[in-house]
Write a protein that binds this ligand. Structure first.
Ligand code: NAD
Length: 502
C-alpha cells in the first residue's frame, strides 16, 4: 500500500470537474462537479479525528491511477478508541425503542437515495466499476438494505416470538473492495436494527464511500458512536478482530483471511459470521432458452469485472449444445463495451487494483500453459490504469486451476456434462459453496437440481439477483452465517429463551 507521512498539512478538498483535467467527460449523471477531500480522517464517536499513527495512505482511481485522496491509517490505539466509542454509544442505543431506531434507518436510506448520484460517481471513481452499475445496482441496493432493516427494528419480538431478542453489543465489521458501499450497508443496517453498535473497517483500496456514508449518519442525526469507521489495511482489520471489547465479528472477504479471523476469535466468547470466496457453477441444459441463458452467463461473469464472490465463473454446458452455445457467447462477448467507467454506455470498467490484475494474469497464463483455449474479443484497452479484456476458456477440465481457484476477474471457464447427475457432481466438486445457477425449461428438473446443489444461493433462469429480503451466504470454504432476510437478523441478536428454534 502506498503510504504517505503526515508531513505536509493538506487542507481543503479536491474538486473533480467533469470534462476538466481529470477527463471524466461528459458528466455521467448531470453532476457538473463534486468534491473529494484531499485527506480523509477517521470517523470515531461522531467526529472526524486524525489517526494517532500520524500516517495516511493513498486511494487511487483504478481507471487512471490518479490519487483520489489520502486516507488515515488506523493503528491499535485508534481501533481501541473506536471500540470504546461504540461501547459508550451502546448504552443509549440499545435502550431506544425499535420505532426510534427504525426512524434513523429510514432517514439514512432516504438521504442515501437523495445523494445517489454523488455516491454512484464516488464509488465508480474509487472502485473502477461502471457508472451504470453503481447507479442502478450498488447505491439503490445499499439504500434498500437500510429501508428493509428499518422495517424489522420494531418487530424483533415478531421475528423471534417468545425468545426475548437482545442486541449483542459492539460488532466489529470488516469488508472487501468489490461492493464497498453495498457491503457496508449489508453489515451496518441489520446490526443497528437489532440495537448493536458498530466499528466498520472498509477495504484499503476503496474506502471513500464508507467514509462519505458517515456524512449521511451525521445528516440523519445518528447518535455519536453508534457507527464508527476506521480505515487502514489488514493490520488494522486484525487489530479490530483481536479487540476484547467486541461481542461479534462479521467479515466479508477472502477465504484465506477468513481462516485467520477464525483463529483470532477461537476460544473467545465472540459471535462470528464469515462471507468468503466462491467458484459458482452455472448450468446450461439443452432445453434452456439459450439466448436468455447467454445474457445470464455474461452477466454472471462479467458484471463488476467478475469481482463478485458469487460470480458464475464455471460454466457447465450440456454437451449437445456446447458448440452452439460457445459460439453465441463469443459473439455476445464481442459486443461488451470495455472502457471509461464514468461513461454511461460502458459495460465493463477497470480491474480494481494492480494486485488483482496480477492475480488474474497469473491464472490466465496458467490456463493457457495447461492447454486450455483462450478467447478474448478484440477491444482497445486504455493505456493507463488496470485493464483486462473479457475472457473465456474452453477445453477446461476439473483438474485445471482455472476451474478450481477463485480468479475474481472477468474470466469464464467452460466445461461440459451429459446428464443431470454428472452436472450435479461437477457443480459440487469444489471447495466452495456460495452460489449456483440453472438454465432449463423444466420446472421439475430445477427442483431436482436445486435440492442437490451444495450452494447457499441457487438462481434459476436468472443470475446475480440480490434483494435485502433474501438471505445470502455460503457453505464449506465460502463461510457460514447469512446476511439479508430473517436469517440475517438472527446473526445480530441473542435469544434468551422460548421453545421456538432461532
Ligand atoms: P481480503 O480478505 O484480502 O480483504 C478483506 C478485508 O479484510 C479488507 O478490509 C482487508 O483490509 C481485511 N483484512 C486483511 N487481512 C486481515 C486480517 N488478518 N484480519 C482482519 N482483517 C483483514 O479480500 P478482498 O481481496 O478485499 O476481497 C475479495 C474476496 O472477498 C474474494 O475472495 C471474494 O470472494 C470475497 N467476497 C465474498 C463475499 C460474500 O458475501 N461471500 C462478498 C464479497 C467478496
Amino acid at each position: 500500500m502506498a503510504k504517505t507521512k503526515n508531513e505536509t498539512k493538506v487542507d481543503g478538498e479536491r474538486e473533480l470537474t467533469f470534462g476538466g483535467v481529470w477527463n471524466y467527460a461528459p458528466s455521467p449523471e448531470g453532476i457538473d462537479h463534486f468534491t473529494i477531500p484531499k485527506r480523509c480522517e477517521l470517523f470515531v464517536g461522531g467526529e472526524w479525528i486524525k489517526p494517532k499513527t500520524g500516517e495516511y495512505f493513498a486511494t487511487v482511481d483504478p481507471a487512471t491511477e490518479a490519487v483520489l485522496s489520502e486516507v488515515a491509517l488506523a493503528g491499535d490505539k485508534d481501533v481501541d478508541a473506536a471500540v470504546k466509542a461504540a461501547q459508550k454509544a451502546f448504552v443509549g442505543w440499545r435502550k431506544l425503542s425499535g420505532e426510534d431506531r427504525a426512524r434513523y434507518l429510514f432517514r439514512i436510506a432516504r438521504i442515501l437515495l437523495e445523494r445517489q448520484r454523488e455516491f454512484a460517481c464516488l464509488e465508480t471513481l474509487d472502485n473502477g466499476k461502471p457508472i451504470k452499475e453503481t447507479r442502478d445496482v450498488d447505491i439503490p441496493l445499499a439504500a434498500q438494505h437500510f429501508f428493509y432493516h428499518a422495517g424489522w427494528a420494531d418487530k424483533l419480538e415478531l421475528l423471534f416470538p417468545g425468545q426475548s431478542p437482545e442486541p449483542l453489543g459492539v460488532v466489529g465489521q470488516v469488508i472487501p473492495w468489490n461492493f464497498p458501499l453495498l457491503m457496508a450497508a449489508w453489515k451496518i443496517a441489520p446490526a443497528l436494527a437489532a440495537g448493536n453498535t458498530v466499528v466498520l473497517k472498509p477495504a484499503e483500496t476503496s474506502p471513500l464511500t464508507a467514509l462519505r456514508l458517515c456524512e449521511v449518519f451525521q445528516q440523519a442525526g445518528l447518535p455519536p458512536g453508534v457507527v464508527n469507521v476506521i480505515t487502514g489495511d489488514g493490520k488494522t482489520g486484525a487489530a479490530l478482530v483481536r479487540h476484547p471489547g467486541l461481542a461479534k465479528v462479521a467479515f466479508t472477504g477472502s477465504t484465506e483471511v477468513g481462516k485467520e479471523i477464525q483463529r483470532a476469535v477461537a476460544g473467545r466468547s465472540v459471535e462470528l459470521t464469515l462471507e468468503l470466496g466462491g467458484k459458482a457453477a452455472h448450468l446450461v441444459f439443452e432445453d434452456a432458452a439459450l439466448d436468455q441463458a447467454v445474457e445470464g452467463v455474461v452477466r454472471g461473469i462479467f458484471f463488476n469485472q467478475g469481482h463478485v464472490c458469487c460470480a458464475g465463473s464455471r460454466l457447465l454446458v450440456q454437451e449437445s449444445v456446447h458448440e452452439l452455445f460457445v459460439d453465441k457467447l463469443r459473439r455476445r462477448m464481442a459486443r461488451i463495451r470495455v472502457g471509461n467507467p464514468m461513461d454511461k454506455n460502458t459495460d465493463m470498467g477497470a480491474i480494481h487494483s494492480a494486485a488483482q490484475l496480477a492475480r488474474i494474469r497469473e491464472l490466465v497464463g496458467d490456463g493457457q500453459a495447461s492447454g486450455c483455449e483462450l478467447y478474448q474479443p478484440k477491444c482497445e484497452l486504455p493505456k493507463k490504469g488496470y485493464w483486462f479484456a473479457p475472457s473465456m476458456f474452453t477445453g477446461v477440465t476439473m483438474s485445471h486451476r482455472i476451474a478450481r481457484e477463485e480468479i475474481f476477474g472477468p474470466v469464464l471457464s467452460v466445461l461440459t456434462f451429459r446428464t443431470p447427475e454428472e452436472a450435479v457432481e461437477k457443480a459440487n466438486n469444489t471447495a466452495y459453496g456460495l452460489s449456483a445457477g440453472i438454465w432449463t425449461d423444466k420446472g421439475a428438473r430445477i427442483l431436482w437440481l436445486a435440492e442437490r446443489m451444495k450452494a447457499g444461493v441457487v438462481w434459476n433462469n436468472t443470475f446475480n439477483r440480490f434483494d435485502a429480503a433474501s438471505p445470502f451466504g455460503g457453505f464449506k470454504e465460502s463461510g457460514f452465517g447469512r446476511e439479508g432476510g430473517r436469517q440475517g437478523m438472527r446473526g445480530y441478536v441473542r435469544l434468551q429463551g422460548g421453545l421456538l428454534p432461532g
